[in-house]
Design a protein around this ligand. Structure first.
Ligand SMILES: O=P(O)(O)OC[C@H]1O[C@H](OP(=O)(O)OP(=O)(O)O)[C@H](O)[C@@H]1O
Ligand SMILES: O=C(O)c1cc(=O)[nH]c(=O)[nH]1
Length: 226
């Protein structure tokens, strides 16, 4: 069903951060950092894939994402919703259902056999495609997905996701230079504020994470061989 009530951006961010914390989708470990898709280390990791297993939270967040897309980009702005392999696919399906639009998905790489496609489902020339993903760190995967969509002759000027790192200042610029606008529900700053309010992790852990969030490149340089 198409959502018709529009909570404020701030309320959406606060509630989304709380939901991610409540289901244990947020992990902090500065002693054994996570390796990101970019290959770089991080003391924090958000696993939005877990959301699909929690129907109440999943449904509320997908309503929030649909509202955010319509409020920011327009109510009739898209013809086709594309999920990014892998984590973006279920969210793409859930948003497409809410917006009553066709759905497709984009592979990270051509399949290698069969049609050797990167786009699955039907995507037509001239269609306005919204790329739906779970999250973005530095936007690298989004550029590749958008390029695959554009190769079909469709247009793609927007990507919508649940979680945006918001610590690499060049991310929005990089996407903007590629003609892509970013829409999201919450960031590390929302999660950190909520984690502090709830005392969800030790103060020492949160201080170390904040150090990373404030200067991620310096933190990564110091932990590259960790
Ligand atoms: O490159 P960015 O735009 O900053 O986003 C980071 C990517 O990392 C995750 O995917 P991952 O490579 O872990 O694959 P998965 O979706 O198959 O789990 C996530 O789903 C994003 O696509
Ligand atoms: O950049 C990534 O690979 C990444 C970071 C993160 O916090 N969560 C995730 O699923 N991927």
């Amino acid at each position: 069903m198409i959502p018709t009530s529009f909570p404020s951006k701030e309320e959406i961010a606060r509630l989304s951060a709380r939901m991610l914390l409540e289901i244990g989708a947020v992990d902090f470990n500065s002693k054994e950092p996570f390796t990101l898709a970019s290959g770089l280390p991080s003391p924090s990791y958000v696993d939005c894939r877990k959301l699909i297993s929690f129907p109440r939270i999943r449904s509320t967040l997908m309503d929030f994402l649909t509202i955010t897309i319509m409020r920011n980009a327009g109510f009739e702005a898209f013809d086709n919703i594309a999920g990014g392999e892998t984590a973006g696919i279920p969210f793409g399906a859930l948003v497409a259902e809410r917006m009553a639009l066709p759905m497709t998905y984009v592979r990270k790489k051509p399949k290698g056999y069969g049609r050797n496609a990167r786009i699955e489902g039907v995507m037509k020339e001239g269609e306005r495609v919204l790329l739906v993903e779970d999250m973005t760190t530095d936007g690298g995967s989004k550029l590749s997905f958008v390029d695959a969509i554009r190769e079909t002759g469709a247009t793609c000027g927007h990507t919508a996701l649940i979680f945006y790192y918001d610590i690499f200042p060049e991310t929005i610029q990089k996407l903007g230079d590629h003609g892509v606008e970013l829409h999201y529900l919450c960031t590390w700053w929302d999660v950190l504020a909520e984690a502090r309010a709830q005392e969800a992790f030790s103060a020492e852990t949160l201080d170390e994470v904040e150090k990373f969030l404030k200067d991620p490149r310096a933190w990564q340089d110091a932990h590259k061989s960790a």
